[in-house]
Write a protein of this length. Structure first.
Length: 80
């Protein structure tokens, strides 16, 4: 791991956090992904990526789409 050479370079480095969510929808796997992203967007800022890990059908009649996703977002830094 390379250390920053200057304070300015250190300020430019980003930290990304990744969380895992499961979205659901009766419509489609795409709608389930969008549901997970919509809910995450209500409380998270700076979302940079959504990676779909898997999708599938669930429920007694296999009528509910679920999407397991990883959402990446930038961590806000507190100014000193």
């Amino acid at each position: 791991m390379r250390l920053p050479e200057t304070r300015h370079e250190e300020e430019q480095m980003a930290v990304v956090k990744i969380i895992e969510l499961v979205g659901s929808s009766p419509e489609s796997s795409d709608a389930a992904v969008k549901a997970a992203l919509a809910d995450a967007s209500q409380t998270l800022r700076n979302i940079k990526a959504v990676d779909v890990v898997s999708t599938g059908l669930r429920g007694d009649n296999l009528d509910e789409w679920r999407a397991y996703v990883r959402i990446s977002f930038l961590i806000d830094r507190v100014s000193e």
